[in-house]
Design a protein around this ligand. Structure first.
Ligand SMILES: NC(=O)c1ccc[n+]([C@@H]2O[C@H](COP(=O)([O-])OP(=O)(O)OC[C@H]3O[C@@H](n4cnc5c(N)ncnc54)[C@H](OP(=O)(O)O)[C@@H]3O)[C@@H](O)[C@H]2O)c1
Length: 267
């Protein structure tokens, strides 16, 4: 679709029904961006769209979609096209983690993290790239401080976020001057992430100091608009990230294992 033929130009935010994604939506709307909100829960998206549609702003497009399903990126493209919308910013925020040892966790749930955190993020990026390149657009991919090292007790989650960081940094280099690609690495943040991940199983994880979703969204927004390659949210997470990158894994693995309540095999 030509820019001229598009009825509206939107920022797509995935995982907009809760947590950091909902605060991204509020912030982008405040800054005057028209939005398309994506997540599975249609009612929550509609409530947020109503909230944002007040005060004379355009009501965001609401696109309920399970992004972990194969072909979701094509479905999203089709729905945006049907609504006459082009995309100038893509915020790949939807994601989840599961706390526990790999051998104990449900296999489907674990593969689901790869489907959402890796596959959907990659497919959405590829699907929207032609549009974003044509309009010198922006991508914000949400990773985590978990991207900086392996994480027993959250092994697959950490691995998915290492992928997000690696993929996004390389892409930022490939697309320099055409599309800005920013990776946001939040540390613990107060959202529904902890309950979905089952953090009640680890008092140490549950009781970690957390940033607000609003503060994290602001850091992500500012970094994206400044065209930064990577932004780690907050000073203590930045310090943690440096420690994680510099420490030998032999030292780090038992510490993280203890914090995340993972147990070493006794067999
Ligand atoms: N909170 C933290 O401590 C923390 C730390 C580091 C990184 N992060 C990252 O930050 C991002 C946002 O997480 P959050 O903390 O805001 O968690 P959250 O409150 O649980 O929100 C997750 C969002 O993702 C959506 N989502 C989940 N599964 C989906 C699916 N299959 N298809 C489409 N949407 C789906 C959820 O909506 P529906 O349920 O309606 O689909 C929700 O809007 C994630 O990538 C997470 O890994 C979070």
């Amino acid at each position: 679709m030509d820019q001229a033929a598009a009825a509206r130009t939107v920022t797509v935010i995935t995982g907009a029904s809760a947590g950091i994604g909902a605060d991204f939506a509020r912030l982008f709307a405040d800054k005057g961006h028209d939005l398309a909100l994506v997540a599975r829960d249609a009612d929550r998206l509609a409530t947020l769209a109503d909230e944002l549609g007040r005060a004379g702003r355009p009501r965001p497009l609401v696109i309920p979609l399970d992004l972990a399903v194969q072909g979701a990126a094509d479905t999203l493209l089709e729905k945006l096209q049907a609504a006459g919308a082009r995309v100038d910013n893509l915020v790949n925020n939807a994601g989840y983690g599961l706390l526990g040892n790999v051998v104990d966790l449900d296999r489907k749930g674990q593969l689901g993290m790869i489907d959402l955190n890796i596959r959907a993020l990659t497919d959405l990026t590829l699907a929207f790239l032609p549009m974003l390149r044509a309009d010198k657009g922006r991508i914000l991919n949400v990773a985590s401080t978990a991207a900086f090292c392996p994480g027993p007790g959250l092994a697959i989650y950490y691995a998915t976020k290492a992928y997000v960081l690696s993929f996004s940094e390389a892409l930022a280099h490939e697309l320099k001057g055409e599309v800005s690609v920013t990776t946001l690495c939040p540390g613990p943040t107060t959202t529904e992430f902890q309950s979905r991940a089952g953090f009640e199983k680890s008092p140490m994880m549950n009781n970690m100091p957390k940033m607000s979703a609003k503060a994290v969204a602001q850091i992500g927004y500012d970094a994206m608009m400044a065209g930064k390659r990577v932004a780690t949210a907050g000073f203590s997470n930045q310090a943690m990230a440096v420690a994680m990158k510099l420490s030998p894994h032999a030292l780090l693995l038992p510490i993280l294992s203890r914090i995340q309540g993972a147990r070493a095999s006794t067999r």
